[in-house]
Design a protein around this ligand. Sequence first.
Ligand code: GLU
Length: 412
Amino acid sequence: MRSPVGDYLQEVLDALADERSGAVADYIPDLANADPDVFGAAVTTVAGRTYAAGDDEVEFSIQSISKPFAYAAALLDRGKETVLAAVGVEPSGEAFNELSLETGSRRPKNPMINVGAIATHDLLVGPGASVADKVERAREFFSALAGRELGIDESVFASELATADRNLSIAHMLRNYGVLQDDPHEVVEGYTRQCSITVTVGDLAVMGATLANGGVQPRTGERLMPPEVARQTLTVMAAAGMYDGVGEWFATVGIPAKSGVAGGLLGALPGQCGIAVVSPRLDAHGNSVRGIKVFQRLSADMGMHLMDSVPYGSTVLRGVHTSGGETVFELQGVIQFSGGEAVLHGLESDTSGTAVVLDLSRVDRMNDVGRRMLLEGLRRMRLDGRAVALIDPDRVLPDPDLGDGTLPEIRG
Ligand code: GLU
C-alpha cells in the first residue's frame, strides 16, 4: 500500500494551483528574479518520515526562517539569561523591518523581527567572534538540523547587502543603545549571509520537526538542543513568527511558524511534525499567500490547531481489576499531569484495602510530573497501610524512590 499522506499533500497543492495573488519580494533585487510559480511542500513527522509534493527539490534562500534557528543557536552559545537580557519575547505587532525597541529596557521586542534577529545574530558563538565564525556557526547548525550540508546563495547575499540600508540603520540604532557590541556593518553582513543560506522545503520540514521533537533531529537521532531551547524557540515563533499577522495566523492555523521573504513558510507542531511550504508570492505582511492557504487547509483537515483540546488524561487508565488479593491499575499511553491526576483519582477511589499494583507495561512514556504524581500516590497508599508494587518491564518510570529512600516492590 502507498501511504495516502503524500497524495493528500499533492491534492492540497493542486487545489491552490490557480491562486496567483500577491507579489514576489523585490526590495532585495535578486529575489525579484524568483520564479513566482514555484510551489512545493513537505511534512516531516517526529518519527523522521517525510512526505513531499510539488517543487520539493527547489532551493531558495531561508531568509527570516533563519531567525528561530539562529535564536536557538544563540541560546545554546550564550545561555538564556544573556539572550533574554539582549532580546525580548513579546509580539511586536509591527512590520518585519520596523526600527523599534521596547520602551524602558531598550531591547528589541523579539528575535523574529529584523531588529531582534540582527541582535541575535551578533550573540552567536561569543564575544569577539568574527563575522565568518558567526556565519559558519549558523550554517553548521542549520546543516545539522537539516541533516545535510547547506550552502549560501552568494548572489542573493550580494544583492541584499548592496541594498541593506534599512538593516544598516537598524544595526546603527542597536549600537547606539548599546545592544550591539560589534561593528554594525559587520553584523549586517553576517546576518545577511545567514539569511542567504539555501534550503528546500524538505530541509525546512526536518528542521521544524527537530523543534517539534523537543530538539532531537528525528532522522539522525542526534540531540541538537535541550527541550527547553526547543520550547523557547517555538514560543517566540508562536508569539511573533508571522510579523504583524500573527494573531490572525494563530486564530486560523494555530501552529507556531516562521515565514521568509523568499516565499518559504515553516511550521512546527509540537510532538507531531514540521511542515514547510514554498511559494514566492507574498501578501502585504510579507507572508507567502499560498503558503498560508496550505497551512489553513492542513490545520483544518488534519486537526492541527494547537488549541484544539485532546483528552490526554482520560485515556491513561486502561482498566482496574482485582485478583488474588491485589488491585491492579493498568495504565497506558503517555502520562503527564492530567494522566497522573486520573491515576491518583483512581487510587483515591479504591477503598478495597488490598495491595495496589500499577501496571506500566503499556505506558509509552511519562514526563517527570507524571512520574512524581504516581510515586506520591504510591507513597500515600502505603501510608494508608497498603502494600504497593510496580510492573515496569521497560523501565518507563526511572528511579522509583517513594520519597523516603524506599522503593515499591518492582515486578517485570
Ligand atoms: N533578509 C531579509 C531582511 O532582513 C529577511 C526578511 C524576511 O525574510 O522577512 O530583510
